[in-house]
Design a protein around this ligand. Structure first.
Ligand SMILES: Cc1ncc(COP(=O)(O)O)c(C=O)c1O
Length: 440
């Protein structure tokens, strides 16, 4: 590609000028591998962006999308519909936790988060409890880039350019505690008591009767794989239930097998009131998001409005887009037919052991993991945060044929769930080389 061809695209979450000076381009993908522009097979250590859980270009999903594109390109879902919209919702409801089976479709995780927040506020209102107008998130939470999502999210960089955001939002502390929990395998031992801060500080400050919902990622992915301490999420659930506060699990990353079960809600055996999904919902082949809510939330809306009235003034032109529905149905079938969630559960201990082999490498100050996700935190270079991990990322891509993801000085790995033991060895072997060479 010529230099001019890079001018027009303003890339998302990218250092545009740095990227365009040495573009990292992918032109194809299959299974566990990307093909780079210069024809190298790049092992995908990140499932794209935590989303291609069944591996790239799965033939069944490709076929479903191709057939659908030639049959029905688009149909509105405002006061109209097409059968696949209902089929996709039914397929999804077939794997969501019991009781969480009403589905609202959108196009990505950010829309899913904003949909869930609006649904929570409106739910209290339709029940005559409109005083519940506050939304609580967590520090270092990532909930996409809508105004709702950045407001309940807890990442300064994503908030500081955009004004005050939603009013009435507050945040819990995040539970990362490297001093006490470094190199934990699975759920960290220490920190469940941090959940009490919800009741003791935030509810005491705002009064529970003003709080509509708490939104949390079961694992905080984007800010560096923060695993909840043992018992923490259970306490969060108890506090929400005690005070009539809706609990929203943002499972955009943890949904569809990342922890070795369909959802983190299953893994932790906790029932949130709503789950936000995207990414793995279509194996990332077509953008799609969804909010799954419990039956009683849906029923409250239905009962509050006259029978011929719109119950929830919300939706997107592309809610339940036919191509996305076809991809979702096919993906859910693939997950089931190929037992992909169980494969992830079976591989998790091998993945964990391989990840913790990195302990002791130069500048590695923590390795943390759960299911098929792990974070490797590096000591930052003095006065230059992010540069060490970025250097490792760069080496991995150009010299090791490996795609990893970094955030700050943390490397996050979340390969497609079809990864083999040999590929896990390869992934961590190449990463170890890059970490050593960076330090040299
Ligand atoms: C937990 C979580 N929520 C929401 C989002 C936003 O999803 P999207 O980028 O599809 O809008 C992400 C994206 O990584 C995420 O990890």
């Amino acid at each position: 590609m010529s230099k001019q061809q890079f001018e027009h695209l303003w890339m998302p979450f990218t250092a545009n000028r740095q990227f365009k000076s040495q573009p990292r381009l992918i032109k194809a993908a299959k299974g566990m591998y990307f093909t780079s522009e210069d024809d190298r097979q790049i092992l995908d250590g990140t499932a794209g962006l935590w989303c291609v859980n069944a591996g790239h270009n799965h033939p069944k999903i490709v076929d479903a999308i191709q057939r659908q594109a030639a049959t029905l390109d688009f149909a509105p879902t405002f006061q109209m519909a097409h059968p696949l919209a209902f089929e996709a919702a039914t397929a999804l409801a077939g794997i969501t936790p019991k009781g969480l089976d009403r589905i609202f479709f959108c196009n990505d995780g950010s829309e899913g988060v904003d949909t869930a927040l609006k649904m929570a506020l409106a739910y209290h209102r339709v029940r005559g409890d409109a005083g519940r107008h506050r939304l609580i998130g967590r520090e270092r939470g990532y909930h996409g880039v809508g105004f709702g999502g950045i407001s309940v999210g807890g990442i300064a960089g994503n908030r500081k350019q955009f004004g005050p955001g939603l009013a009435g939002v507050d945040h819990l502390k995040h539970p990362l505690d490297i001093d006490r929990n470094a190199f934990s395998k699975g759920l960290p031992q220490h920190g469940a008591e941090l959940a009490n801060e919800f009741e003791q500080r935030l509810l005491a400050l705002h009064d529970p009767s003003t709080i509509a919902a708490l939104i949390v990622e079961p694992i905080q992915g984007s800010t560096g794989v923060i695993i909840p301490p043992r018992g923490y999420l259970q306490k969060i659930r108890e506090i929400c239930s005690k005070h009539g506060i809706l609990l929203i699990f943002d499972e955009v990353i943890t949904g569809f097998g990342r922890l070795g079960s369909a959802f983190a809600a299953d893994y932790f055996d906790i029932k949130p009131d709503m789950i936000v999904l995207a990414k793995g919902l279509t194996n990332a082949a077509v953008p799609m998001g969804a909010v799954v809510c419990n039956t009683s939330i849906y029923d409250s809306f239905m009962q509050a409005a006259p029978p011929d009235a719109i119950e929830f003034f919300h939706g997107y032109t592309y809610s339940a887009h036919p191509l996305a529905c076809a991809a979702a149905i096919a993906s859910i079938e693939v997950y089931r037919e190929e037992n992909i969630f169980q494969a992830a559960a079976d591989m998790a201990s091998y993945f964990e052991a391989a990840a913790h082999q990195l302990r002791g490498l130069p500048h590695v100050k923590d390795v943390r993991n759960l299911g098929m996700v792990c974070g490797i935190e590096l000591e930052p270079q003095v006065g230059k945060t992010t540069t060490r991990a970025f250097d490792v990322f760069h080496r991995c891509f150009w010299e090791k044929d490996l795609l990893i993801r970094t955030t700050g000085d943390i490397i996050a790995l979340s390969p497609p769930l079809i990864i083999s033991k040999a590929e896990i060895d390869c992934l961590f072997g190449r990463l170890a080389e890059a970490i050593r060479e960076q330090a040299a």
